[in-house]
Write a protein that binds this ligand. Structure first.
Ligand code: GTP
Length: 598
């Protein structure tokens, strides 16, 4: 195939600015999907994605667009917009020459608009800037055009206008893709170099590898070699995404498609790796990806101890499709055997929990998330701790370091004061500098502890700005800090899975709120239950759960039988979700109580 007629692009945008809808319109315009099968958000294939209206996994699709009598093959990789999933965005970029930057005209540029534009510039992509949702009555077209133009340093006229909803202007974007994005380079006669940019596990077919060919040609029956592992495989099937997978005979330079080659484990086909031909290999692998590092950690335990093996298998399968998830075995005196998992953020953590429950039908108990700390011990050793249960005793600690991020917030200037005060007074953040982001909008850059940002900050920011402010962050490194461990005792027994690490200045407030919240969430028992928080060897807060006075069934005596039955049934169900610790039943919610305070 002639690479002059290929374009590889990804879509980038802040969350909800309309990427997925834009791709829907393109699928229609190029008649790529049978109209009878077309439905909204076609590319969001996971149930979870449709329900939440967000894209979690980047999904490639190939369309054919006829431009002035010439057919062009356009490969589009739709990417997720939420900050937790930025790593998917940078991966997609490595497989493309261009990016369509979509900005919601009623919102203007937001934090991920800026972050992803910078990523696209760094990756030397040709950017097609587009203002979307121009049909909205509250679209602020002129102002938003100016913001995009300023962000990219291009004239305002170069920013296209469209409505992905009505279809207006969408064809112009397709034309612009052909005109402004450079075709892929690549030599079909050189040894094969294919970039693995994603992989997926299929029950029947094993690992399906998503590739972008840079040089050479990949054919069925070829002997291939995965360069970092030096493993060889025979290609069983190759194909393209329409977006359903359709087999083809070969994939040439510039093309995007999939490979099935009897690969059993996704660990054998690592994302960012290069595939070459085993008989005539290249000696130059493509530049790989940097590894993604988890930002937060939490423990996951099976709902019932006997489901440990099943949980393990489920996590292994989930990892095939979710590179950023990490896990290792752990044990808890309170909850038994489980796994310590690493996530990119709270949304990612929530998505993993829901996928475990839905796709793998396994109920889990997840503990509150923590960041990772570096601890210099008195004996000179430095250890990394991401689990409060493993935090050393105070008398062994010389110094503790916690991770800091560079936080950027874009907001209308009206909310700037409140956001600044909140970040400085409640989140231990310091303002670094500010920049204008269009009329009455400002970007503020802060240095802040990651721990303060991952908890409920995002919700707080939205509340403080009536939904108008947006944020992005990147890791800066570790800084010395005063961290103490809060141990929670339920009925005088320490429950490791409830303990947490906090900054010294907040120990008392957090302890008080936490015990109060727990007293609310843990149901009453036949006896009184004290909930206590201990730090540095002292009890610093306490709340009591009063003993249950009435028998639950007492209310029902004489009442009708079905009601009584229902009540019993409900209790049974409820019990399944509780964990007996000592003599006390603790519901799942309690383990996440820390997230709900503040
Ligand atoms: P993520 O994948 O979660 O990052 O979101 P997205 O950027 O893919 O946004 P999506 O396409 O899901 O659109 C978000 C919302 O905006 C949906 O409710 C769309 O129907 C709506 N929307 C998208 N484009 C337009 C448009 O041009 N006009 C109007 N009025 N609404 C639009």
């Amino acid at each position: 195939k002639d690479t002059r007629f290929i374009r590889n692009i990804c879509t980038i945008a802040h969350i909800d600015h309309g990427k997925t809808t834009f791709v829907d319109r393109i699928l229609e315009l190029t008649k790529s999907v049978d109209p009878r099968k077309m439905h909204e958000q076609f590319l969001d294939q996971m149930d979870l994605e449709r329900e939440r209206g967000i894209t979690i996994k980047a999904q490639p699709v190939k369309v054919i667009y006829n431009y002035d009598g010439q057919d062009y093959e356009i490969n589009i990789i739709d990417t997720p917009g939420h900050v937790d999933f930025s790593y998917e965005v940078s991966r997609s970029m490595a497989a493309c020459e261009g990016a369509v930057l979509i900005v919601d005209a009623s919102q203007g540029i937001e934090a991920q608009t800026v972050a992803h534009s910078y990523l696209a510039i760094e990756n030397e992509l040709d950017i097609v800037p587009v203002l979307n949702k121009i049909d909205l009555p509250n679209a602020n077209i002129e102002e938003s055009l100016q913001q995009v133009a300023d962000l990219l340093g291009v004239p305002k006229q170069d920013v296209l206008k469209m409505s992905a909803k009505t279809g207006e202007g969408v064809e112009n974007v397709l034309r612009a893709i052909v005109e402004q994005v450079r075709p892929p380079k690549g030599d079909p006669n050189k040894p094969l170099r294919a970039l693995i940019f994603d992989a997926k596990y299929d029950k029947y077919r094993g690992v399906i590898v998503y590739v972008r060919i840079f040089d050479g040609v990949l054919k069925k029956k070829d002997q291939i070699l995965i360069m970092s592992t030096n493993q060889k495989y025979e290609v069983e099937e190759i194909g393209i995404f329409t977006p359903t997978m359709v087999p083809t005979d070969s994939l040439g330079p510039g093309e995007v498609g999939y490979v099935i080659a009897g690969i059993k484990e996704v660990s054998e086909a690592k994302v960012g790796d290069t595939i070459t031909n085993a008989l005539s290999p290249t000696d130059e692998p493509l530049p790989g990806y940097r590894d993604v590092k988890p930002m937060v950690y939490a423990s996951v335990f099976p709902g019932l101890p006997e489901y440990y093996e099943e949980l393990k298998k489920s996590l292994e399968k989930l990892k095939l499709n979710d590179w950023a998830l990490t896990f290792e075995p752990t044990t808890s005196p309170a909850l038994g055997f489980g796994f310590r998992c690493g996530f990119l953020g709270l949304l990612h953590m929530d998505v993993v929990r829901e996928r475990l429950e839905r796709e793998f039908e396994i109920s889990v108990i997840m503990t509150a998330p923590n960041v990772e700390y570096k601890v210099l011990l008195r004996n000179g050793e430095t250890i990394i701790v991401n689990d409060p249960a493993k935090f050393p005793e105070e008398d062994q600690i010389e110094k503790v370091y916690e991770p800091y991020v560079k936080l950027s917030i874009i907001t209308p200037t009206d909310y700037m004061g409140n956001i600044l005060t909140h970040l400085q007074n409640e989140r231990r953040a310091t303002l670094q500098h500010t920049e204008n982001a269009g009329k009455n909008r400002i970007i503020m850059y802060f240095k802040a502890p990651l721990a303060e940002i991952i908890s409920d900050f995002f919700d707080k920011l939205k509340a403080m700005s009536r939904g108008y402010a947006s944020m992005d962050y990147e890791m800066m490194g570790f800084e010395e800090s005063e961290i103490v461990k809060l141990t929670i005792l339920v009925n005088r027994e320490p429950v490791d899975a409830l303990s947490t690490l906090v900054h010294k200045s907040k120990a008392y407030t957090v302890a008080k709120k936490l015990v109060d919240k727990l007293a609310e969430l843990i149901p009453r028992h036949q006896f009184e239950i004290p909930i206590q928080a201990k730090a540095s060897g002292r009890i610093i807060a306490r709340a009591d759960i009063k003993a249950l006075r009435k028998d639950v069934l007492a209310k029902c005596y004489g009442g009708d039988v079905t009601r009584k039955m229902k009540l019993l049934e409900k209790q049974k169900e409820g019990k399944k979700k509780l964990r007996e610790i000592g003599q006390v039943s603790i519901p799942q919610e309690a383990f996440l109580a820390i997230l709900k305070i503040g």
